[in-house]
Design a protein. Structure first.
Length: 85
């Protein structure tokens, strides 16, 4: 069996459209993570005090920072691997 090959030249066409296509999944994942943190704060806020809300907020920010570091390393690793292929 022969595999179908799809080739796409990313250096041609509308640059803004291509950037949006690449950035949209990352933007959506950040939006979902933010909504998750808001839901956590609402639930904890109904049953606990300000210290618990502060803890949830700090935990959400740590998660956000770690996620962005991992995404950055993944993107950088992809570029390095792509150069050697």
């Amino acid at each position: 069996m022969r595999k179908a090959s799809i080739e796409r030249n990313l250096t041609e066409g509308n640059v803004v459209k291509l950037l949006i296509q690449f950035a949209l999944p990352f933007m959506l994942s950040n939006l979902i993570q933010s909504l998750y943190n808001v839901a956590d704060m609402l639930i904890v806020g109904n049953y606990s005090g300000t210290a618990a809300i502060s803890g949830v907020n700090i935990g959400g920010q740590v998660t956000f920072i770690l996620t962005n570091i991992i995404v950055g390393l993944t993107v950088g690793g992809t570029v390095i691997i792509g150069q050697y292929l």
